[in-house]
Write a new protein. Structure first.
Length: 117
């Protein structure tokens, strides 16, 4: 594999959904898939973008930030297997105790689901 064929696994800021109206659009019009640790809201779009949502009832800021870091890492590892979708990853309470390998399995199952849509 030469340098031009290597995939870039960074997560640039331009790939992250941040606006409240984008989140509302996904909640209102998006399809939903439930994993064990993450609930995925998604819509087909012109490019791949992702948002991360951790509710305050999940815990204090340290716990919420850890959950976001774990979701970002799972997305980053598998983003090239996704098509052009707007995706909102919504953390479920179980994410606090789940092993990282099972979070990766959630993402793989989600990818299989949207590829069969």
């Amino acid at each position: 594999m030469n340098n031009s064929e290597k995939l870039d696994f960074r997560l640039p800021k331009s790939e992250i959904l941040r606006r409240g109206e984008d989140f509302r659009l996904l909640f209102k019009n998006g399809k939903v898939w439930e994993g064990k640790y993450i609930r995925f809201f998604f819509l087909s779009g012109p490019k791949r973008q992702v948002g991360f949502f951790v509710p305050k009832k999940l815990g204090n800021a340290v716990i919420r930030n850890r959950a976001k870091r774990r979701m970002r890492e799972v997305y980053r590892l598998f983003k090239y297997q996704l098509g052009n979708y707007y995706i909102l990853m919504f953390a479920k309470p179980e994410i606090q105790t789940g092993p990282f390998s099972e979070l990766k399995q959630d993402m793989q199952n989600f990818i299989i689901y949207i590829q069969n849509q």
